[in-house]
Write a protein that binds this ligand. Structure first.
Ligand SMILES: NC(=O)C1=CN([C@@H]2O[C@H](COP(=O)(O)OP(=O)(O)OC[C@H]3O[C@@H](n4cnc5c(N)ncnc54)[C@H](OP(=O)(O)O)[C@@H]3O)[C@@H](O)[C@H]2O)C=CC1
Ligand SMILES: O=C(O)CCC(=O)C(=O)O
Ligand SMILES: [Mg+2]
Length: 737
């Protein structure tokens, strides 16, 4: 049987699914393709952790099922973005579910005893980037399809002007970071390694159980010096004040769920140090945790008697007068860059800043030059290279700029993104060693209390497949490839050797393939971009993430319009929808004014690729007809500019779904490969064509007032479905299929 699994996730993409999925299911059914759903939303993942407690309300562990499926050739999964939850989000989701009557325990911040430790462990499984690494059993192929690039050139989005005198810049540590301490080793034999901590007094213990390793696998370890980070932050606070620029921090506290919240906490602790150091006992009593942001303090101040609360609030206000201004997430609501660790996420936040003239929002709601802290040198330099380029040459021009597709080394939890279970906050001064089964020390670092030590793994098979994918894409698109690898990084040197070896397995005749350090690769790529030339970036996992927001946001205005394919290593297909996340701001707007500006083009593109994969792997020719017709529909959709606008009164996400349904039905009716299918869709195409004005009117009529969907993390379907499907005419037409 031909089956596609469509994921139910969170926030804007989940709302969009309530409108789009019924269309997909109806069209696929007509072609004998079943589209089933699997719920991997944060709320479903939380509930799946507690089957015993929930009794009859227990839910299946759909993520585990999909994770297993992703390792099989049958996998055909459409994956929408999901929340990678920070602790404040996790707690909010637990609270909502408790309020809905689920007998869930509270999240234990400081677990006491075995029971609480078990509860915390279960919750922590759902924290941060708990979904993507499980499903991404392949490397990453993200690019703007030709039709999308042509559309962006024809309808260039607005870009902020750049001034050569801009004070905006990236600030990174000069030493004591992961970059400065990385050590790497390529395994000769398969087996296990152990990670051992030895204190200065000589007592040793394992930091975790044995880590299985494969022959040829690249392992590496690095440490971030907490004291050096704190000193760096202090200096940057003073420098931002002196230069009168905004202070901002850009991390990935969601995905890098162990290391980055600690780094975020150190920055919060230093920025608010005078207040935190004045009230240590009170803050400990109310359980303030800087890793959760200063918003956690505001949330907990309510527990204090009025006078104490007012005193701390007054101290914070006084502090703001002395500190540099903070970049704001929402100046109307007073939400700063240091409020919550999940509001400012580097992959999306730096491109947004670069798109907006290198500025961020200040408390007065105006754009201002900004100091952007990206503490670790591994990836900070690429953003400074873009800033330098914009200062010298001005903003990029979407009407003429070249494209930067990405081939990312991602399979089998490659590199930093697989490091969570091997990342530790060090408890005391000593040494951390990685030791093989013969007792040979492979990697070792002196560490101090509070430092962050981590180990990463990158499988040989993943590297080999990545090189193959890069060569394949270069050949198919006749585009030069640059491998972004830094000869100053031990890990990257190991990769350079492997890339050189694996390139020999392919016919690279006539291909333009080079290896450059990230900063040089960025400069070279930008030079080509400005000349209107395309360049494939073959990168590791972190740069994959960063560049696939950066370039789409500059080229297309958004990462929503990307084709994002994960050819799974065992033959299946994972089709991600765009390269962006779940756009929480869009939910706010929807709840306030019943207008959803989420752009589903990523879903349309993923669906087309998924049908095509189905046709190729199962021989289902009707699936190919569906794919071809959807491709034609997408082209018309772009040509007629049917993506949602940003404001009320135009079609929103729901209207865009109607148009894709209309064009898809018209294309299916017009094709001649499958006459029976054409006949089936002819009637629907006519109904939708005849009723276009009426349907659009019904969809627009609901806009402009608040809407209640009965929850944030687990909306109520009896409220959400009618809200997302307000056109009786469209619903009736679809029901006839
Ligand atoms: N694949 C995945 O599962 C991913 C998940 N995430 C998660 O998503 C959440 C939000 O992350 P955040 O950093 O805010 O990044 P997002 O990409 O979700 O949002 C940033 C901005 O990008 C624009 N955007 C993104 N997607 C779309 C779309 N389809 N249509 C229109 N606009 C879009 C919106 O801009 P505007 O407001 O100007 O319209 C949005 O506000 C976090 O929980 C994060 O962990 C993040 C990345 C990938
Ligand atoms: O998994 C996550 O937390 C984010 C993933 C992401 O940003 C990406 O893959 O582009
Ligand atoms: Mg990303």
């Amino acid at each position: 049987m031909s089956k596609i699994l469509y994921t139910l996730t969170d926030e804007a993409p989940f709302l969009a699914t309530a409108s789009f999925l019924p269309i997909v299911q109806a069209y696929a059914r007509s072609a004998g393709v079943v589209v089933e759903t699997r719920d991997i939303s944060l709320s479903a993942r939380i509930l799946a952790q507690f089957p015993q407690l929930l009794g009859e309300r227990a839910v299946s562990d759909d993520l585990a099922e999909l994770g297993e499926l992703a390792k099989t050739p049958e996998a055909n999964i459409i994956k929408l973005p999901n929340i990678s939850a920070s602790v404040p989000q996790l707690k909010a989701a637990i609270k909502e579910l408790q309020d809905k009557g689920y007998p869930l325990p509270d999240y234990p911040d400081a677990p006491q005893g075995e029971r609480e430790k078990d509860i915390k462990q279960r919750y922590d499984r759902t924290k941060g980037s708990a979904v993507n690494p499980v499903l991404r059993e392949g490397n990453s192929d993200r690019r703007a399809p030709a039709s999308v690039k042509a559309y962006a050139k024809k309808h260039p989005h607005r870009m902020g002007k750049w001034d050569a005198a801009s004070q905006s810049h990236v600030a990174n540590m000069e030493s004591g970071d992961f970059y400065g301490s990385e050590q790497s080793y390529t395994m000769v034999n398969p087996g296990n390694v152990r990670i051992e901590y030895t204190s200065v007094t000589g007592s040793s213990f394992p930091l975790r159980g044995p880590v299985p390793v494969q022959a040829g696998e690249v392992i590496d370890a690095a440490v971030l010096d907490a004291k050096a980070l704190a000193d760096f932050v202090d200096a940057q606070i003073a420098d931002a004040k002196a230069r009168d620029v905004l202070f901002s921090l850009h991390l990935k506290a969601t995905m890098m769920k162990v290391s980055d919240p600690i780094m975020f906490g150190i920055v919060v602790s230093r920025f608010y140090a005078p207040v935190l150091e004045k009230h240590p006992r009170t803050l400990a009593e109310i359980g303030f945790d800087p890793n959760n942001g200063i918003g956690d303090l505001y949330a907990k101040l309510g527990q204090l008697p009025e006078s104490q609360r007012a005193a701390i609030e007054a101290d914070i206000s006084a502090l703001y007068a002395q500190r540099p201004a903070l970049a704001m997430v929402n100046s109307d609501k007073g939400i700063t860059n240091l409020h919550v660790p999940s509001d400012v996420i580097v992959d999306a936040s730096m491109p947004a800043m670069i798109r907006d003239s290198g500025k961020m929002w200040n408390a007065q709601g105006q754009l201002q030059d900004t100091k952007a802290l990206i503490p670790d040198r591994n990836y900070s330099g690429i953003y400074q290279a873009v800033i330098d380029d914009c200062k010298e040459h001005g903003a990029f021009d979407p009407a003429t700029m070249g494209s930067v597709p990405n081939v990312g080394l991602m399979a089998q939890a490659a590199e930093e993104y697989g490091s969570h279970d091997k990342t530790f906050k060090i408890s005391g001064d000593g040494t951390v060693r990685v030791i093989d089964e013969h007792g040979t020390v492979l990697l070792q670092h002196p560490v101090k209390a509070g430092d962050i030590w981590r180990m990463c793994q990158t499988k040989d098979a993943a590297i080999r497949d990545w090189v193959k994918l890069a060569v394949t894409r270069a050949r198919l698109s006749n585009t030069p490839v640059i491998f972004w690898l830094d000869p100053r990084r031990d890990h990257d040197r190991g990769l350079v050797a492997k890339v050189a070896a694996y390139l020999n397995e392919h016919d690279t005749n006539g291909l333009d393939i080079s290896i450059l350090s990230p900063i040089r690769a960025m400069r070279q790529t930008l030079k080509r971009v400005r000349a209107g030339l395309d360049t494939i970036a073959a990168t590791g996992n972190v740069l994959r993430d960063y560049l696939t927001d950066l370039f789409p946001i500059m080229e297309l205005g958004t990462s929503a319009k990307m084709l994002s394919i994960v050819p799974l290593m065992n033959g299946g297909g994972l089709f991600e929808t765009g390269a962006g996340g779940s756009a929480p701001k869009h939910v706010q707007q929807f709840l306030e004014e019943d207008y959803l500006r989420w752009d589903s083009l990523g879903e349309f593109l993923a669906l087309g690729a998924s049908f095509e994969h189905l046709a190729n792997t199962t021989g289902n020719q009707t699936a190919q007809v569906l794919a071809d017709a959807l491709d034609a529909a997408n082209a018309l959709f772009l040509d007629n500019d049917r993506s949602p606008g940003r404001k009320l009164g135009t079609i929103d996400n729901r209207g865009s779904h109607f148009y894709v349904a209309l064009y898809w039905a018209q294309a299916l009716a017009a094709q001649t490969t499958d006459p029976a299918l054409a006949a089936k869709f002819a009637v629907l195409a006519k109904t939708l064509t005849d009723n276009e004005a009426k349907i659009v009117e019904e969809l627009i009529a609901v806009q402009g007032k608040p809407v209640d969907i009965g929850g944030y993390y687990q909306p109520q379907m009896d409220k959400l479905v009618p809200a997302m499907r307000p056109s009786a005419t469209l619903n009736a037409a679809l029901a006839t299929l």
